[in-house]
Every structure is written in C-alpha cells, then in structure tokens.
Design a protein around this ligand. Structure first.
Ligand SMILES: [Zn+2]
Length: 442
C-alpha cells in the first residue's frame, strides 16, 4: 500500500454503498417468530464492528437469543444540550426469491439501483448514518450535541423485541434524548422538474389490533340452529368492514394539503380532502389513509369440522386511529358488534403528532434545500407504524427523516415490503450529504 492510499480517506458517499450492500447481504428476515427470524444479531454485530473501527463504542442489547439491538452515544460539543436520537431498524420483512428480478439478499447494483430486501426499509438509512458517523470520527467532527444511535430489531413485527423492549427495559440508554429522527420521511415526490416535495413525517396513526370473540351454542350442522357463533361473528365483521369513520383533517394533514395546493397551483378544498388527495398520483395512497380512522378485518377463525357448528368464532381487526380517536374508535366498534361479542385488544399503540416548526425542522429543511434547491419540505402523517411509536412513549419528539431523493417516475410506496425493493444509488449518496449537513447543525 502506498502512503497516499493509506492516508486516503474513504468518501462517505462511496462508503455508504458498500455499507448498505453489506447490510443487505445479511438476511435479517423477521417472520414474527423467534425460531425462524434470522440474522438480526449478525447485523447488529456488523454495525458494532463498523463503529468500533472508528473508535465508537456501542452496546449490544439482546431481548431474546439472536434478537439484538445496538445503542451507541456520540458525545456532542455541548454536553449541556439535550440529545438527539437517530434510530433505524435492522430487520426486514420476508422476501420470496422466486418473485424477484435479483436475489433479495444479493445486494446487487444494477441500472443505478442497489437492490435487496431492506433497500428502502430501512438499511439505506442505517448505512447513511454509519457512513456519516465513520467520516466524522475519521476527520474529528463533533456533533453540536450528543447523538444517540439506536439500531433495532423486530420493527417489522411490532417492536416487542426491539424498540419497545429498549424503551421498557432500558430507558436509561435514552437519557436526555428529547428529539428523534428515523423512518418514514424525508423522501422526495416530484411535482415537476423544478420542484420536489420532501415529505417529513410529523405524525403517525395509532395501531389498535383487536380480536372479536363470538360465542354460541355448539351443535349438529343438520339441525335448525339459531345461536350460531359463526353467523354472529360474520355479521359483526361485515358491519365493521363496511363502516366508514368520519373524515377528520388533523393539523398535519391540513398543513400538507395547504403546501401541496400552493405548489401545484390548484385549489384543494379542505372540506373535500378525498378529491384533493386523489389528484396526488403515487402518494395518494400514503395520504389517503390519514384523513380517517380505519378498521379492516384481517383474520377469521372458527370450526373444526364441516358438519359441526362451533361454540366459538374469532376475528382479527386491524384498526388505525387518528391522533386522539382511539377511544372513539373503540366505542364505535362496540356499537357495531353489539353486546354479545367481546372485544380483546392484542395491540394498542397510541398515535403521535408533533408540529412542523422549531430549530430541528429548520435544520432539516435547510439541509434539504442546500442539496436540492428545488426542495420543498412538507409535513405529513404516516398511516402505518414505526419504532417512533415506542420512542414517543419516552416523551421524545419524533420525526420521520431519512432523506432520499427519488427519480420522478419511481413508485416509492409500492417498494415498501414490495417485490424488487431497491434504492437509487445517487439517492443514497444524496441522503448522506443531507444527513451530514443536518447532523452538523442539529
Ligand atoms: Zn421500516
């Protein structure tokens, strides 16, 4: 090795591609079952090693054998300031190789994209953060305040072994953290050649998963029977499935529509948000689910034999509540199912919402505009859930900000948990530059 090569510092925008590819090649499939979930510990160890190489100590916290989380604290220049939490999950949803154009764990670069399960959800951000931190450590950059890094397990199956475990069992690891960034936000939506909206997540709907229990009189399938648990359950499930909760425009959605209306130069009637949202093309399905609470039946279970009327039947309902509507939703569901069906909550994670203002938002916006003069940051609400729900329980003000500039024609939302998940290499590099600027000024 020549002395030049030895002293050459890797460019973080090059290194991010290697880091992301390495992470994609570690299969961290989360099946929801500890026996079949793979690789989270290996991925956490990889991150620990990459941090240790540049002198950052980290702590591995296992919630169950193989289910590992990693937390590290990078001291800031002003220890008197509150810390910023930067979090990303390492697990991914399953992928069926037969359906993909490339092997989902090959980390292949093709046509300007890095392909693989987790490329946008969310090993891209995991790698960006690593690339920035490694570069800072090599060059002696200190963040203005403490930054706590958390790489979590189990986000894709409810976070019980990941963020929720850390928050419940090891809240001390997040001492002093008052603000956080993670998924799903900071990605671009092209309005035209000159203007891109960058959707910054400032709210998440609540997650209310519940199970309906119907009871009846068991009996023979050949007799007259007026107390059939399957019939009662089916009627309740159908009422829920056809129910529409009222349209409610929250502050976040109102601010989003106002920005979009302005940038598109069209009148978007806040009294008729559905028509407004239908004009948004590929992001319509991201925004469309944020104007009302929803309740979708997802599973049914009853019976064990074709000619036996069972005494019990159960159904699962996946509800997503707007901020402040969880109780209203429960009350309406109780009315819909009637007094004879019991409701059991199997998950209840509250919604959260913050305002789109303050120094941190200004820093995000400035970093985006510096790297993309056509950037127009806008707040939005995510209808799904992320680890932010757990961290919000500690009183941390969360944002979805994993910056990514996307090609105008890419259907980004379809790639989440989708076939041929991939991230544009230049988008990944853009993300590193934006994060570097943002974290220097956070
Ligand atoms: Zn994710």
């Amino acid at each position: 090795m020549t002395s030049d090569a030895a002293s050459a510092r890797p460019d973080p925008t090059d290194e991010v591609v290697d880091l992301c590819r390495d992470l994609l090649r570690i299969d961290t499939t989360n099946t929801g079952d500890n026996a079949t979930s793979a690789g989270e510990r290996r991925a956490a160890e990889y991150v620990a090693e990459k941090l240790a190489e540049v002198g950052v100590e980290s702590r591995l916290v296992e919630s169950a054998p193989g289910r590992a989380n990693l937390v590290a604290r990078i001291p800031g220049a002003d220890p008197g300031r509150d810390a910023l939490l930067v979090h990303g999950h390492l697990d991914v949803v399953p992928a069926d190789a037969d359906e993909w154009s490339v092997h989902p764990f090959s980390g292949e670069v093709r046509d300007g994209y890095l392909w693989g399960r987790g490329a946008i959800d969310m090993k891209d951000f995991d790698a960006m953060v690593l690339a920035v931190v490694r570069d800072w450590q090599r060059t002696g950059v200190r963040p203005p305040r403490d930054i706590v890094l958390a790489y979590t397990a189990d986000e894709e199956a409810g976070s019980d072994y990941g963020a929720r475990y850390l928050v419940e069992r090891h809240p001390d690891l997040f001492d002093g953290c008052t603000e956080a960034i993670g998924e799903v936000g900071g990605f671009s939506y092209s309005v035209n050649d000159a203007t891109r909206l960058y959707l910054i997540e400032t709210a998440e709907k609540g997650l209310d998963w519940l199970r309906l229990h119907a009871k009846g009189r068991p009996g023979h399938g050949s007799f007259i029977h007026d107390d059939n648990a399957v019939t009662a359950l089916a009627e309740a499930v159908a009422r829920i499935g056809r129910h529409r909760f009222p349209v409610t425009v929250t502050d976040t959605v109102r601010a989003f529509l106002a920005e979009v209306s302005d940038v598109l130069g069209v009148e978007l009637d806040p009294e008729d948000p559905e028509t407004a949202i239908s004009k948004l093309g590929p992001i319509a399905n991201i925004i469309g689910a944020t104007i009302r609470s929803t309740a979708n039946p997802t599973r049914l279970q009853a019976g064990y034999k074709d000619n036996v009327i069972p005494g019990r039947a159960t159904a699962t309902i996946d509800c997503r509540s707007l901020p402040g509507q969880s109780e209203m939703l429960e009350q309406q569901l109780r009315e819909l199912v009637g007094p004879d069906i019991d409701i059991e909550y199997i998950q209840r994670q509250p919604a959260w919402e913050t305002t789109f203002d303050g120094d941190l938002v200004a820093a995000m916006s400035a970093a985006l505009r510096a790297e993309d003069p056509g950037a127009r940051p806008v707040p939005y609400m995510l209808s799904g859930g992320t680890d932010a729900k757990a961290f919000a329980q500690l009183g941390i003000r969360c944002f979805g900000f994993a910056p990514l500039r996307l090609p105008a024609d890419l259907n980004f939302s379809a790639l989440f948990h989708g076939i041929d998940e991939r991230v544009p290499v230049d988008g990944l590099q853009f993300g590193v530059r934006v994060l570097d600027r943002f974290l220097r000024s956070c």
